[in-house]
Design a protein. Sequence first.
Lengths: 464, 78
Amino acid sequence: MSVDAGTVNTPVANSSGWRELWSKEDWWAIWIGLGIVLAGCALYWTGASLRWLAVLPPRWTSFSQVTADLSANWPRYATQFVFWLAAFSTALTALGYKAREFVPAFAFLYVAALVIFIVGQWDSAVYYNLEPPLIALFAGLVIANTVGLPRRLDAGFRVEFYVKTGIVLLGATVPFSLIVLAGPIAILQASIVSIVTFLVIFWVGVKLGLDRRLAATLGAGGAVCGVSAAIAVAGAIGAKKEDAPIAITAVILWAIVMIFALPLAARGLHLPTGVAGAWIGTSEFADAAGIAAAQAYGGYAGKIDGIAGTSEQAVQAFTLMKVVGRDVWIGIWAFVLAIVASTRWEARTAGSRPDAGEIWRRFPKFVFGFLIASLLISAVTAGYSLADYNKTAVPGLIAPIKDLRTWAFIFCFLSIGLTTRFKDLAAAGRAPLLAFSTGVAVNVVLGFILSVYVFGSHWATLGQ
Amino acid sequence: MTLMELLRPAFRPRKAARFDCFGCTYFRNDAKTIEQALPGISSFSSAHASVRADDGLCTRHDTLLNGRRACADYSVRT
């Protein structure tokens, strides 16, 4: 894709400062996620709950149960659709999208998500590997790469926005004490793997003759947070325009392979859900892909013999590892690499030096939403005994937020498939793919050793 | 060069650059342009993400770069 040079004056804006509060999707994910959490708390205090809105298809063995649920609860599904539509279209309009493009796209997404949910709730689904994240991803990939959908509908398939909203809601289901206790181990494990993976990809890439900026962009994509890290580092070091798409291609290909491969391998090894979540958090490349893999694996808990733990442990371990252990450091990676690029590598353009403000400007702000949601719910339930917590707080406050979170994630998984058109991806070339794949191999093995053997007992008993 | 010497300039307060990329005719940083120029970005990320900060495309040097930079080829945006 070429960009006209100097002929079309599209608006150029500096998005930092207060402007970021309405011009970046991270903040919109916070507004929507925390809005739901605060509404849940307010209703809970008055003796009500978000349960009516947080409707889910029931578990079923006979299809008549599904039709009975739909005929009884269609006003709830319709209200929920309007709620999500209003929330997301407000945000996306502020981000510059047209509501007339978003509305039909989201209507399609919601109906498809409902169908996938229904399939996933089938009692025998797990025996056929019909976990909702995997079905959503696979169905989306098939549609996007066969019949295809009009590109204007991409306005409604906002993978990153939905996953960030889901992660903020996830915060409400993770006790803050768990973040404090498990966070440092997640940071330690993730840092070891991130640094080693980056160095391997960078070293192999340079040995294969790649430009150091491309090697660093690939390294960040493999080591930190996938596509987001690749574009952040590419921008910070002034990489060539074609470098980021090469890294994006490598990340997408491997991330999709890992969505299916990691849960399959963990299932074969009968890893406890917390351990598998930590491994996926260490070795997946993107938040959305990792949540899909972790949620799919969590779905095996209690259904597949030999897999210990709960479904929440898989998602919580993944999130601690990926979001707290890896994502939050992207600003520091970008800042340090920008200094190295401008002082040690050849100068590509004359200009100003990197400044430490980059660390803040590139910070993935949705993480604040995750932490604040966790703090809020922990504060509301602080005085509860375990029995009261399970009897009143879980059904009245936490479970409805968890169910709304599940919807946000299903929107995300479907959107991954629907926006991944393999023919659109840039040709990565042999050397970049080889360098990246070497890093993947090291990352997966090292992540497995750390998750299973070094910190295995910690992750297996997470939150217990 | 020690690590501290390397990092010190980055923490020094500085004046806003007068001729940074934001005012340059070659710089494009609107999300739509970025998503069109970087195929696949919206599958697992977004041009609206905080991590992109103020990065944009320089059509003069064909690079993706931080909009706070400046260079000798600056050309005022009209």
